[in-house]
Design a protein around this ligand. Structure first.
Ligand code: HEM
Length: 198
């Protein structure tokens, strides 16, 4: 089902034009990277404050108040450009283990944001200048910092085709032992059997 939809999507005129474009694709990718630097950079500053590692003299609300709007704008631009890049080659990205890992991490980062703003940040006035902040806030900062770090690493690794299905198939009966197990995990995790069966 999803295979045939992504195959159809990748064969649409605009998807082919985008992938073959000389300037548009690189500009969209550059905007994706620039907006990441902007919002992930700001988010990580906030996480360091929440973890009580730095900026201890600045109220948490002075951090979260003004910068939250900017983070939201950066996140929106990153998500839109990410979806446009995905549209340029949907089947390849859908079967890319790093892309799948990144989507899982985006869900984790989203749940952490929802829990932090829905629960912990509601009472920020009670712990605004506490050093260190309460453990729930420190944990939220740590989970956020870790998830954005791994999202950026996974995003960067998408471009490398080492684990793409059409490469992996030549190693189907790959190495033994732990490496073999990792190989099999990636092969299954990227949905290669389905992709190669098509
Ligand atoms: C919102 C948080 C996101 C962050 C922090 C993020 C981070 C990154 C990073 C660091 C890269 C590597 C850029 C480079 O190589 O210069 C990347 C690439 C990519 N991202 Fe995202 N991304 C996000 C959201 C998305 C979304 C929502 C999608 C699509 C649904 C997406 C699709 C992609 C794709 C397809 C690439 C690979 C481009 C290539 O072939 O090199 N990203 N992302």
């Amino acid at each position: 089902m999803i295979e045939s939809f992504l195959t159809w999507l990748g064969n649409t005129d605009w998807s082919i034009r985008l992938l073959e474009s000389f300037w548009v694709w690189p500009l969209v990718e550059s905007t994706h990277t620039l907006s990441i630097a902007f919002f992930v950079g700001l988010a990580m500053m906030m996480d360091l404050r929440l973890m009580g590692l730095t900026f201890g003299k600045i109220r948490v609300s002075d951090f979260t108040g003004p910068s939250l709007q900017l983070v939201r704008i950066g996140f929106a631009i990153t998500t839109i450009t990410g979806i446009v890049i995905f549209y340029s080659n949907p089947l390849r990205y859908w079967h890319n283990i790093f892309f799948r890992f990144k989507l899982l991490l985006l869900v984790l980062a989203g749940l952490n944001i929802w829990f932090f703003h829905g629960r912990i940040h509601k009472k920020v006035a009670e712990w605004d200048l506490d050093t260190p902040p309460p453990s729930a806030a420190r944990w939220a900062g740590a989970v956020s910092f870790a998830s954005w770090s791994f999202i950026v690493i996974a995003g960067r690794l998408i471009a490398y085709n080492w684990f793409d299905c059409d490469i992996m198939q030549f190693h189907e009966h790959g190495p033994e032992g732990l490496l073999g197990a990792f190989h099999a995990f990636v092969y299954e995790g990227a949905g290669c059997p389905t992709f190669l069966a098509e």
